[in-house]
Design a protein around this ligand. Structure first.
Ligand SMILES: [Zn+2]
Ligand SMILES: [Zn+2]
Length: 736
């Protein structure tokens, strides 16, 4: 028993003493592989090294940590570790603001954030944590790039990409806000044509769709997570049919309007369709296509009224036997992906607008009897994304350009291609491209002079593998990637039993599901036969205040450090869990904090009061025992509370679990009141029953408010050890 167990509840001393004890006994080290033991890998999200842990992080990790602690409390082996997502624009802009190299900025932020997370008492295995910007880690990106390149899943393409003039960089589609503005600087984004590297997501879109039903049937993916995957897929069901050109060749066109094929009045190609060039062969048309691709239009011109629309001057024989004009427009991409679509103005508002712009007849029905039936077909909006960026704070792409050999991949044995760390970016251009000692190199194929690729990988590319290294024991971290992927550890821990992440993680998860299938087919992850990295997935909503997103601008930011200072970690953790279901936005108010702080204080005082009583009670004072039935009742209340709370923990309904624990405390006090109504004082048997019930209560409090729960557990005379106070009804000895 430590000093803090007498007197009033002092969260800071309790938390400091428990954290020291956990560190002393290495409580959260990942257990050695033991196939006979239930084991699971719980994957928290990878935070950006953005400077500070915010209240949204606190919510996310409080949910994941409560789940991890609950599973350990059941005697199960848990892997719970994460890495910092340290590359990318946020870190680079932070460094620009501070006028220092991003590596310095990132290291300082990560150290500070780790301190905050430690102060909160999250049970991460810190030995396994990492920064994605460490060379030993970003070689994962380079290895993956080469592996996917060889498999044809990464390719050099040229096409329209979102470009921010202000940030001088290309953006991933999810970095473009709904209004066509940059996620970072909120300036309008343009579409421009640049040579880029792409990740061929399209190869696995159909399987990702098909596997989703299995995810749903498994029951461990919540609805928000499942919906996010549907949204990324953007599946459209319809039909496709072959249309004949005057020269006898055919093209396949798609429409969601299977019943109205005869009413089609035009055909429209995506500018990204492989046949677009052939259809725009006419010099004047080719020039327009070129303009359209090279940024002749604002991204905001996305609605049917203003989106670029290019008439090729050519025709195709439509389903009703008449010849239809062939157009090219990016309107197709946003709706059906890079395909060819039939325009059916009578069925479709967008098509109606396009037809009007072309002076084509509007809502004509057509003669349905002459139209052929289409083949059932599906299109997806999800498509290949750009993985390269023209910025310096990212993983160097392991490619060199040689005058004689062309594009040459760097050999795996030469990885990592090191990123120079002494670059201090200014916010414009790409300083990496200006660094001759980086750019000039030897061709790996012929030994002649060559130049390095100076684009770096988008940090979204790092996210493809960020879920893997937690499975790697620290002593194997430096081994070649092939060797790491062959470790028994990966077969042991994967797939992750549960991902706990914010509801905005849909794109990351989709791409992680894609790359898992690619690595399954290529070989290294063949043991994941369904190509799914996560057996379960919980997407939680964010923390808002006054019904609005928190921002410095609005002055409504909740500072976790202030709350910690005032109430301690246990209260803050308990409050974010208590305040709302994970799937609901948590609208911040201080009432949850105050309620939880009062609760912990009351439990503390109550338990210590009863312990003092137990010490002073003597047999001679024992009144006649008239309360045996009440003790029985108390035991039943405890049993029911354990049953309900266990069910809540299994389904990560932390909000309900916390309430069940609070209700048990009310019942314990109610028991005492009823006993005292019958008997003058608490008999030793009744004190014993109360302390037993309090034992159950603090056991269930353990996953939410782990410091105070363990302190109270020890005060009740239990032993210290293992990772976690055991769950009620579970007895196990974990090697200390
Ligand atoms: Zn921008
Ligand atoms: Zn060469």
């Amino acid at each position: 028993m430590s000093e803090g167990t007498t007197g009033r509840y002092e969260p800071h001393s309790v938390e400091a003493s428990r954290q020291a004890a956990w560190s002393e006994r290495d409580a959260f080290r990942t257990p050695p592989l033991n196939e006979d033991q239930t084991h699971l890998y719980i994957k928290p999200s990878a935070p950006f090294t953005s400077g500070n842990v915010h209240i949204g992080h606190v919510r996310s990790y409080s949910i994941g940590d409560a789940y991890a602690r609950y599973r350990r409390a059941r005697g199960e082996d848990v892997l719970f570790a994460f890495g910092f997502d340290a590359f990318g624009l946020p870190a680079e802009l932070g460094a620009i603001a501070g006028g220092e190299p991003p590596s310095v900025w990132v290291d300082r932020c990560a150290t500070h954030m780790k301190g905050q997370l430690l102060r909160l008492g999250f049970s991460f295995d810190w030995e396994r944590s990492f920064l994605s910007s460490d060379a030993v880690m970003y070689r994962w990106s380079q290895w993956l790039f080469l592996t996917l390149y060889e498999a044809g899943l990464v390719y050099r393409g040229s096409g329209t990409v979102d470009w921010c003039d202000h940030c001088q960089t290309t953006l991933a589609s999810i970095q473009v806000e709904a209004g066509g503005t940059c996620w970072r600087c909120h300036n309008p984004v343009r579409l421009v044509e640049l040579p880029q590297w792409y990740f061929r997501v399209s190869a696995y879109v159909e399987e990702n769709d098909r596997r989703l039903a299995e995810r749903e049937a498994g029951g461990a993916w919540d609805k928000v997570a499942l919906d996010s995957q549907q949204e990324v897929l953007g599946r459209v069901d319809g039909v496709e049919l072959d249309l004949r050109a005057p020269d006898g060749s055919t093209v396949t066109a798609f429409t969601p309007h299977a019943e109205a094929l005869a009413a089609a009045s035009f055909v429209v190609l995506s500018p990204r369709h492989p046949d677009a060039e052939a259809w725009a062969a006419e010099p004047a048309v080719a020039e327009q296509l070129e303009q359209l691709r090279s940024g002749g239009w604002e991204r905001s011109a996305r609605d049917a009224e203003s989106i670029p629309l290019l008439d090729t001057g050519r025709t195709l024989e439509g389903p009703a036997g008449t010849f239809l004009p062939v157009l090219i427009s990016p309107v197709v991409d946003a709706r059906f992906g890079p395909t060819i679509a039939l325009g059916v103005p009578s069925q479709d508002r967008t098509d109606e607008v396009l037809a009007a712009r072309l002076g084509l007849p509007g809502a004509e029905e057509g003669d349905a009897s002459t139209a052929p039936a289409g083949r059932p077909a599906v299109r997806y909006k999800a498509s290949d994304w750009v993985i390269s960026r023209q910025r310096s704070w990212g993983t160097p792409i392991p490619i060199v350009y040689c005058e004689s050999c062309g594009t040459v991949p760097v050999g795996r044995e030469q990885l990592p291609v090191l990123l120079p760390l002494d670059i201090t970016p200014t916010g414009t251009g790409n300083p990496l491209a200006e660094l001759e000692e980086f750019v000039r190199t030897e061709c790996p194929a012929c030994g002649g002079p060559a130049r390095r690729e100076t684009d770096t990988l988008d940090c979204h590319f790092d996210a493809l593998w960020l879920w893997l290294p937690a499975c790697v024991p620290p002593e194997s971290r430096e081994e070649p990637i092939e060797q790491i992927l062959a470790l028994a550890d990966l077969r042991h821990w994967l797939p992750s039993e549960r991902l706990v992440a914010g509801s905005d993680s849909g794109n990351f998860v989709f791409d992680q599901r894609t790359v898992t299938k690619a690595l399954r087919d290529i070989g290294p992850l063949a043991f994941l036969t369904d190509g799914e990295p996560f057996a379960g997935c919980l997407f939680h909503e964010m923390v808002i205040r006054d019904g609005r997103k928190m921002s410095k601008h609005l002055g409504n930011v909740v500072d976790p450090d202030e709350l910690l200072e005032r109430y301690g970690a246990d209260t803050v953790r308990l409050a974010v869990l208590y305040a709302a279901r994970p799937q609901r936005s948590l609208n911040w108010s201080d009432s949850a904090i105050l309620r939880c702080h009062r609760f912990l204080n009351q439990v503390w005082d109550y338990e210590h009061g009863k312990l003092a009583l137990a010490g002073s009670a003597s047999e001679s004072q024992v009144p006649a025992d008239t309360s045996e039935h009440l003790r029985l009742k108390l035991a039943q209340w405890c049993e029911a509370a354990v049953e309900r709370t266990t069910a809540d923990m299994e389904s990560l309904e932390m909000h309900s679990a916390v309430r069940n624990v609070m209700r048990l405390f009310d019942r314990i006090k109610d028991f005492e009141k009823r006993v005292l109504a019958r008997e003058l004082s608490l008999s030793p048997a009744n004190i014993e029953a109360l302390l037993a019930a309090l034992s159950v209560l603090v056991q269930m409090l353990g996953p939410f408010a782990p410091h105070v729960a363990e302190e109270l557990w020890l005060a009740l005379g239990h032993e210290e050890g293992g990772a976690q106070t055991p769950w009620p009804g579970v007895s196990f000895k974990v090697p200390a």
